[in-house]
Design a protein around this ligand. Structure first.
Ligand code: SF4
Length: 461
């Protein structure tokens, strides 16, 4: 597959709108509190009957300092002991959840996100992994895919060595920008040496894959300065690079009020940053996976895209779509046999539910047959930039263009604009349409058509 992209500024301007990132379909905006108390338990029983493999997401919400751009669910504290009561609740939740599943169901994928997972002490991390291993069957060796988000300011060689011993084999490093002026404006001072040291440690300990996160659109960034960071990261040669767009929404995310709006790059400058960054990464040999993500050609994500097995989930792109996902901890989201559930984002209701011996989830959604069909369509488009219409018709027993008759005028317009081509058998996204893949997916989103949630989503570029 070619990973060519075409930058057509006129087209990008014309299609510039807010849209979902499709880390799930339906998106979390559609979750409601109407989901019955037994829906998840029944979904878990179906998962058990099918002996589906499992994926666990564990949320550690603590950070010792605040980054002003942050839109994550976190608790800022220097008091490390504050993690202990949370962990006690998490242990109980792990046990309660495990009772719904079978020990024959192997955990192939495990992800620790935050917050800052390494806010936990080595002993706490060890205890947490022991609890998980006591209640779930963890895959070992090459079949496991255990990843953790690392803030290089909160880790050293000892941390990385310990994590490897615990079974983690993938890490994701938050970098954002190496420019000191930018770092001061976002309250995240992190030297290049700090990041390099963690990278060296991960390589020495033979982590299978290393990701680095960058953010563009932060205060004081311009194309020239950001490309210096990009060049440094290219020299460091991580297996994957994510380049996220900073969305300045101070009315929704309080820490962002500390960012001076006048210091932010203009939309034109941001577009230039993205264009030049994409070009620079591709010239350096990285494959454009889609939606902010790049990977070296021999990385599993690039290979999964090549052989048609790539999927998207709450952590971005994944090769583990066949797993049922169990969310553990405050604000986490799970998806088990077509049933989405989310835990409370605030600590008190989360702990109250666990203290009352109840599963903590408070909202969710049971997918319908229509949701499954649309999810498949959106997933194929966003991961592979093409859609096998005959395959969809035979899997879901539908006449595609009769079912999606209302999308035909928009598909015709996109074809005329050079974003895609469509025929009886397939839809192919063209190089000019790849950056606008969210717009194409939005055509097949039934929920978006019912209600508009413009202020809930970021811009598509
Ligand atoms: S960006 Fe990460 S490290 Fe910074 S405050 Fe947010 S969750 Fe914590």
């Amino acid at each position: 597959m070619t990973n060519e992209l075409i930058w057509d500024k006129e087209l990008i301007k014309r299609y510039d709108t807010a849209g979902p990132r499709y880390t799930s379909y339906p998106t979390a905006v559609q979750f409601t509190e109407d989901l019955g108390p037994d829906a998840y338990i029944e979904a878990a029983a179906r998962s058990r009957d099918k002996n589906s493999p499992l994926s666990l997401y564990i949320h550690i919400p603590f950070c010792s300092t605040i980054c002003y751009y942050c839109a994550c669910n976190k608790i800022i504290t220097k008091r490390r002991e504050q993690a202990e009561p949370y962990l006690q609740h998490l242990y109980k939740e792990i046990e309660m959840q495990s009772r719904l599943f079978s020990r024959d169901q192997v955990v192939e994928q495990l992800h620790f996100g935050g917050g800052t997972p390494t806010f936990l002490s080595p002993e706490q991390m060890q205890n947490l992994m022991d609890h998980i291993g006591k209640h779930f069957s963890l895959a070992d060796g090459r079949s496991s895919d255990f990843s953790i988000e690392i803030d290089p300011r909160e880790a050293d060689w000892g941390t990385i060595c310990h994590l490897r011993d615990l079974g983690f084999n993938r890490i994701s490093l938050g970098v954002q920008d190496f420019d000191i002026k930018v770092q001061k404006a976002i309250n995240r001072i992190q030297s290049q040496e700090m990041t390099q040291s963690i990278l060296d440690a991960a390589r020495t300990m033979c982590f299978r894959s290393i990701n680095m996160d960058l953010i563009y659109g932060l205060p004081h960034q311009n194309c020239e300065s950001f490309l210096k960071t990009v060049d440094t990261v290219i020299e460091m040669r991580p297996d994957r690079i994510s380049v996220f767009n900073y969305a300045h929404l101070p009315e929704r995310f309080k820490p962002q009020r500390r960012i001076n709006e006048a210091d932010l790059p203009s939309p034109e400058e941001k577009l230039k940053i993205l264009e030049q960054t994409t070009t620079r990464l591709q010239q350096a040999g990285y494959v454009y996976i889609g939606m902010d993500h790049f990977a070296l050609p021999d990385d599993e994500l690039a290979m999964a895209q090549e052989n048609g097995t790539l999927h998207r989930n709450f952590q971005g792109y994944t090769t583990h779509s066949h797993c049922d996902l169990i969310g553990l901890g405050v604000s986490s989201i799970g998806k088990v046999d077509g049933c989405y559930v989310q835990n409370p984002v605030r600590m008190e209701p989360y702990m109250e539910a666990i203290d009352g011996d109840r599963l903590a989830y408070y909202r969710g959604l049971q997918m319908t047959d229509d949701d499954h069909l649309r999810q498949q369509v959106i997933n194929e488009l966003i991961c592979h930039f093409k859609l096998d219409i005959s395959g969809i018709e035979s899997s879901f027993l539908i006449d595609f263009y009769a079912y999606f008759a209302d999308t035909i005028p928009a598909l015709e317009q996109m074809q005329a604009d050079g974003l895609l081509t469509f025929s009886n058998n397939k839809i192919s996204v063209l190089p000019a349409g790849r950056l606008l893949i969210r717009n194409i997916c939005m055509l097949f989103d039934a929920h978006l058509n019912k209600k508009t949630h413009k202020n809930r989503y970021s811009r598509v570029i």
